[in-house]
Design a protein around this ligand. Structure first.
Ligand code: 13P
Ligand code: SF4
Length: 349
């Protein structure tokens, strides 16, 4: 077993040898031991866009989760290869919508609403779901452009199907003025539309998926923070439940949270409702502010954490030796329509 110092040396060695032929994007939720080596850090969209601009890179070793690496593969040239240091780094939310379930739902929804629905998918979804959405004239969205993309969708069709995160879909539509009573939930297990009103009133159909990390921030956590600290501002990610977002002081994407804290005056107090590695990093970077996690259990993303220093060092060495494992290659037929969904978004943001 190698020591931490030896692993660091290996990573630095490969980076030095490969130079600009290698590009390492790192998501904000990655561990410090990994993100310190990233050539660029950002949210999933920013990293995919940056990867796509790396004209000299032959190998992109993605420090994030599977759907992000797939997106990078879809947006890069065919001669550029994308690798994921640990193939078990998936996303439980992305896994909550598979293609067969989505096709069944779509068939049922077309029966109910004819041709009045446009599908949108959060980028936190598999390439197959992006492809389905692209094929049906829809687009991807991210947490930072969701309002813009949902507004666009309503300029195209009367209703939207929002995959796979019900919370981001609900929070976004609510902010745009859609009342909660006009939102239905599609349950992919029961294959049923959960809704009590008249069908023609439905404007938004939310896929019953969620982020297992952000669902851990509760109304109880908010109340506890308010009891404990009088002057604390609570900021959460829109993957949190509606009732949490409703009583928080602010909600926004990973990027919005980082920028808000960066711009906050010294001496201010913050409780943040998002993934643990990012919250810990923000705390470290702002010793002049009082910052805590909204949930005292901190809420790690277990799959993001699967990318660690040993996996990174191993993956880089295999790439450098020309004997790579863990290649992320999206089937070209799937990539074709998935790219259309991504491009419809990229053209607007
Ligand atoms: P962003 O990358 O869009 O900030 O989303 C947060 C997240 O949950 C990533 O998995
Ligand atoms: Fe998926 Fe949530 Fe982890 Fe992001 S934080 S990778 S949405 S499980």
């Amino acid at each position: 077993q190698l020591t931490e110092a030896e692993l660091i040396e290996r990573v630095e060695d490969v980076k030095a040898k490969m130079g600009r032929k290698l590009f390492l994007p790192g998501h904000h939720y990655q561990k410090d031991e990994v993100i310190r080596f990233a050539d660029a850090r950002g949210d999933s969209l920013k990293l995919a866009q940056i990867s796509a601009r790396q004209s000299e890179a032959e190998a992109i070793v993605f420090c994030g989760v599977h759907f992000m690496a797939e997106t990078a593969d879809i947006l890069t040239r065919p001669d550029q290869e994308v690798f994921l240091p640990d193939m078990r780094a998936g996303c439980s939310m992305a896994d909550m919508a598979d293609l067969t379930q989505t096709e069944k739902a779509w068939e049922k929804l077309l029966e109910l609403f004819d041709d009045t629905i446009l599908p949108l998918t959060y980028v936190n979804s598999t390439a197959a779901i992006k492809s389905f959405v692209g094929l049906h004239e829809g687009a991807t969205v991210t947490s930072s452009n969701a309002e813009e993309m949902v507004s666009w969708a309503f300029s195209q069709k009367e209703r939207i199907l929002f995959l796979p995160d019900q919370h981001l879909g609900r929070n976004t539509a609510y902010n745009l003025g859609v009342p909660l009573k006009q939102m239905a939930v599609w349950d992919p297990i029961a294959e049923t539309l959960l809704y009590e009103g008249a069908m023609e009133d439905i404007k938004v159909i939310l896929w019953k998926g969620h982020c297992s990390v952000h669902e851990n921030f509760t109304v109880q956590n908010v109340k506890q923070i308010r009891r404990q600290y009088a002057d604390m501002t609570i900021i959460v990610h829109p993957e949190c439940r509606r009732e949490v977002v409703a009583i928080a002081d602010d909600a926004g994407s990973t990027n919005h949270i980082i920028q808000t804290i960066n711009n906050a005056p010294a001496g201010t107090s913050w409780a943040i409702g998002t993934e643990m590695n990012l919250v810990k990093r923000i705390i470290k970077e702002h010793p002049d502010k009082h910052i805590v996690s909204l949930n005292p259990n901190m809420c790690p993303c277990l799959t993001m954490n699967r990318i660690d220093l040993p996996h990174l060092a191993w993956c880089l060495e295999t790439v450098e030796k020309g004997e790579p494992h863990n290649t992320i290659k999206v089937d070209p037929a799937i990539a074709f329509h998935a790219k259309k969904a991504l491009e419809r978004m990229l053209a607007r943001v």
